[in-house]
Each structure stands twice: as C-alpha cells, then as structure tokens.
Design a binder for this molecule. Structure first.
Ligand code: ZN
Length: 187
C-alpha cells in the first residue's frame, strides 16, 4: 500500500532487518497483470527461502516506497505480506482477517496502481492473525493506518485490488481510464 502525498514517506529503513543480506529489489507488477487477480496459495513450510523472500519484499517496499507489499505484487502467488507503518518491518504469513469494525475514509494508494490515490472508506479497525517469518503465531490489531494496511494487503492475497473498494460509479470510470492508458502504451 502507498500513502497519499500529504502523509509523506515513513519508510526510512534500508538496512538488513531480518536475515540474509544483500537483499534484492523486485519489479512491482501493475494493474492488468493476472497475478494480481489470483488468490494466493497458503505457505506450508516457513524456511530460509521464505525468509529470504520476506527480506526481499521489505527491501522492495522501502525502495518503492510503500508501507505494505503483498507477494503477488512481485509475481509470487503466496500468502505473504510485509508492512511498516513507521515502527519497523513486519512479516505476516497466511494471514486471516478476524475482525473489522467502524469506518474511516483514507487517501489510499497502491504500488500496483502507480500514481493514483482515492479517498476510500473501509472499516477503521482490523484484527488479523498469521505467522511470522519464524513460524510463530502473531496477531496485529489497530485502527487507522494499521487497520488499513492489514485490510489492503490481505485483499491482495485474495486477488482484490483497491479499485474494487471504490464506489461503483468511480470504479467504472477508473477501470476505463486504466484500460485507455494501457492501450495508449500499446500494452
Ligand atoms: Zn496494494
């Protein structure tokens, strides 16, 4: 997930936070790539390969810069997300959204729909449970930015982009614009 300009960048980490170095920065898949519409597979074994993937995703997220990144955004259809809302990088594997409540409008963007931001209303509070990079159960719960990132990134694992969270009329307009842009680029 990406923050609107008025929030500035909170991604200040750029060193090795988790395990192996040096890390790699992946190209980010954008709207139109079928991997973004595909439900990601659960991860059975959390091994060094998964830890390496998480490290690379964190590096890619900081480089973008973004506050959250899901594995399908780098073309890997696995249930792994990383995020950092300003208190260090977090890894969440096979997450489950347990609870949401309230409502909050936020200027939301997505690294896979570059340069676009929309005031999107979603529940303010979210609680999610999953595993960390060592296979330990972790739970994150919070309002506003944390709640938003959890919902946005878990949406990615279900093949849902933020465009689908827009109201019907705006969504139709946006989809038309994005398709026209893609045609203009000859894609
Ligand atoms: Zn996104």
């Amino acid at each position: 997930m990406r923050l609107g300009a008025r929030y500035g960048s909170m991604s200040t980490h750029s060193t090795c936070e988790l395990s192996s170095c040096p890390m790699a920065i992946f190209p980010i898949r954008t709207f139109g790539d079928p991997v973004l519409r595909t439900k990601a597979k659960e991860i059975d074994t959390i091994d060094s390969g998964i830890r390496r993937l998480a490290d690379d995703m964190i590096e890619t997220m900081y480089d973008a810069p973004g506050v959250g990144l899901a594995a399908p955004q780098i073309g890997i259809s696995k249930q792994l997300v990383v995020f950092d809302i300003g208190d260090g990088p977090k890894v969440l594997i096979n997450p489950e959204l347990l609870e949401t409540s309230g409502g909050w409008i936020f200027d939301e963007g997505c690294l896979s729909v570059p340069g676009r931001f929309w005031e999107i209303e979603r529940p303010a509070f979210a609680r999610a449970r999953g595993l960390d990079e060592h296979g330990r159960e972790v739970e994150y719960a919070g309002e506003e930015l944390l709640g938003r990132v959890l919902q946005h990134e878990i949406d990615h694992l279900n093949g849902t982009l933020l465009i689908e969270r827009l109201d019907r009329r705006t969504r139709k307009e946006v989809l038309r614009e994005l398709r026209e842009e893609a045609l203009g680029l000859g894609l």
